[in-house]
Design a binder for this molecule. Structure first.
Ligand SMILES: Nc1ncnc2c1ncn2[C@@H]1O[C@H](COP(=O)(O)OP(=O)(O)OP(=O)(O)O)[C@@H](O)[C@H]1O
Length: 241
């Protein structure tokens, strides 16, 4: 019998209440292994909240979230899941290498891994530069380098391309594709719909509910549209009809 591959993330009937308001209402979805899954939706649709539930830092009111076969937030996932928050968590008064070394110590990862991850994100030449002197895009890559320490199986990136110029955005998406080709699963959130075409799978969120879970091609075909933004609007119309 063919073995069904374990999804990187399985969310079932997730319910989250924030500030006394339901912000995720009975959401179920999966993130397939070794693929880039785009989590797309307008501002306030619940992307960060869903991501927080997946990395185990969000109190949930109901449902289940399993990550790499374990309950979200399990200690065993600590070095298997890399997470980059929306605002890069970096120390401007430390150099690039010192920042990443700090996270290596926290994670208990060998300091030799620091050089490798700086190469991966193309920041090796800035190793001795103060992070406070880097551009926004370079700072996000410092965070990404820290998330890559210890060879995680799943990378969860909350709006990693916000504020980046088009050249840097393309470079970062090329890097995501390279990581996926090595078998790493990526969940990448964005409110920029045109980033959808770089994803293998899409999760479209609106008002804390899943509007669609499909491949980009499947979504366009199903809605008879030419781009994901139009597909998103068509799905909203469909729901309202
Ligand atoms: N700390 C909080 N306390 C109460 N409500 C919150 C909190 N953070 C977010 N929310 C609410 O939860 C909902 C979902 O927010 P979330 O940050 O998950 O959306 P998002 O899709 O990531 O938005 P953005 O693209 O603007 O980051 C929003 O209505 C927001 O107002």
């Amino acid at each position: 019998m063919a073995r069904t591959e374990l999804p990187a993330v399985a969310v079932e009937q997730l319910h989250v209440v924030r500030g006394g308001r339901v912000v995720i209402a009975g959401l179920s979805c999966t993130v397939r292994s070794g693929r880039i899954t785009g989590l797309l939706g307008p501002s306030g649709s619940g992307k960060s909240t869903l991501i927080r539930a997946i990395v185990g830092v969000q109190a949930v009111a109901g449902g289940a979230v399993r990550v790499l076969g374990e309950p979200a937030g399990s200690p065993v996932l600590r070095d298997r899941v890399g997470y980059v928050t929306q605002s890069p968590s970096v120390y401007p008064g430390l150099t690039v290498a010192e920042n990443v070394r700090f996270f290596a110590c926290v994670l208990g990862v060998s300091l030799q891994d620091v050089d490798r991850v700086l190469e991966v994100v193309d920041l090796a030449r800035y190793a001795d530069t103060m992070v406070g002197r880097l551009s926004g895009g370079e700072r996000s890559r410092v965070s990404l380098a820290s998330a890559l320490l210890g060879s995680p199986r799943l990378l969860v990136l909350d709006e990693p391309t916000v504020g980046l110029d088009p050249v840097l955005r393309v470079r970062l998406w090329d890097l995501f594709a390279a990581l996926a080709s090595e078998g790493i699963s990526l969940l990448v959130s964005s409110h920029v719909m045109d980033e959808a075409e770089r994803c293998d799978d899409l999760l479209l969120l609106r008002d804390g509910a899943l509007l669609a879970e499909d491949t980009p091609a499947g979504l366009l075909e199903r809605t008879g549209t030419d781009d994901v933004e139009a597909a998103f609007l068509a799905l909203i119309d469909e729901g309202a009809a």
